[in-house]
Design a protein around this ligand. Structure first.
Ligand SMILES: Cc1cc2nc3c(=O)[nH]c(=O)nc-3n(C[C@H](O)[C@H](O)[C@H](O)COP(=O)(O)OP(=O)(O)OC[C@H]3O[C@@H](n4cnc5c(N)ncnc54)[C@H](O)[C@@H]3O)c2cc1C
Length: 287
């Protein structure tokens, strides 16, 4: 196994593209190193990218935020402006692991590890976040929702890796929320999860909504019908019921000892409903 710390993004892409065997990026290492130790994977090449220019930075850009691929959950939680603008995205990232894990783990590692239950992903998908992908052919921007391909798989091409996540600018009356259900109080994998991102008109009516659910399908799912059910409402019972129905219809979870299909499906609807109310209050809708 080769460990390489390249001096540029271009060098990293060249190394990854040239590797005939298995390769992994080393970000926080909280998935990769565990998988190595448990012999789930034995990469031929490990490319460490955290030290590269800009990858540990959170930068305000066009009214939004660009978050480097090496930024940890803890770093996000300490960024006041980011927490104020995108509390749901930050709470998803901050739910990952423990204090120790928080100091290392990244949202991009969470995304590219490919777990359907990854805690930071529903919030990013609900936010309409965009990943900047670097590869042998240069740079391209890809919506975060298009990165996961299935459990443990991404749609990134040979030699490609993510350098940052962009969270767009948002109007004043807007906010988001993320909730997960775990049978313990912490350090567990979501049985179901939901991220909701709302924009409100002056009178508190929802003018735009995105709802994403996790751990209930092979990848995190954006549910456009669930968002549409909330638009034009002030989260009255009928709108919430329609949103919950749309969420449940979008669920196709596995059935295992942590939750049956019925349990996960119902829980996803409950979480989406609660997250919608939290996002609505945060956006100033209850005032
Ligand atoms: C004790 C413990 C508790 C945990 N709790 C949770 C939890 O509550 N919720 C949760 O969702 N996860 C949890 N995890 C899993 C893990 O911490 C997260 O998935 C974390 O966000 C991974 O980020 P990382 O930076 O450590 O990724 P790494 O381990 O460095 O990488 C993970 C994967 O992503 C790929 N990758 C990394 N960076 C890039 C990039 N820039 N471009 C392309 N591919 C890349 C790597 O090749 C690798 O396949 C836990 C893990 C541990 C050990």
């Amino acid at each position: 196994m080769k460990y390489v710390k390249p001096e540029s993004l271009e060098a990293a892409a060249t190394l990854l593209a040239a590797e005939a065997g298995t390769s992994r990026i080393l970000a926080g290492g909280t998935d990769v190193l565990v998988q190595l130790r448990s012999e789930l994977v034995e990469p031929d090449l490990i490319v460490d990218i955290k030290h590269l220019d800009g990858l540990r930075d959170i930068v305000e850009e066009n009214g939004g935020f660009r978050i480097g691929a090496g930024v940890s959950g803890a770093q996000m939680g300490e960024h006041a402006a980011l927490c104020a603008a995108w509390p749901g995205v930050v709470e998803g990232a901050e739910l990952i692991g423990s204090t120790q894990i928080q100091g290392r783990c990244t949202m991009v590692g969470n995304l590219c590890n490919g777990s359907p239950a990854a805690d930071s992903v529903p919030g990013m998908v609900a936010a309409g976040a965009v990943a900047r992908v670097h590869g042998p052919d240069g740079e391209r921007d890809v919506p975060v929702k298009e990165i996961p391909a299935g459990p443990g798989k991404t749609n990134l091409g040979k030699g490609e890796f993510i350098t940052s996540i962009f969270l767009p600018a948002r109007p004043a009356n807007a906010s988001d929320a993320y909730l997960r259900f775990i049978p313990r109080t912490e350090m567990d994998i979501a049985v179901a999860s939901a991220g909701v991102n709302l924009e409100l008109a002056e009178d508190g009516t929802v003018s735009a909504a995105r709802v994403a659910v996790g751990a209930v399908a092979p990848t995190v799912r954006l549910v456009p019908d669930a968002g549409a059910a909330l638009v034009g409402s002030k989260l009255d019972d009928a709108a919430i019921a329609a949103m919950v129905s749309a969420v449940e219809a979008a669920c196709s979870p596995i059935d295992d000892k942590r939750g049956t299909v019925e349990y996960r499906t119902t829980t996803a609807g409950v979480l989406a409903k609660r997250a919608a109310h939290i996002a609505y209050d945060r956006a100033g809708g209850a005032k």
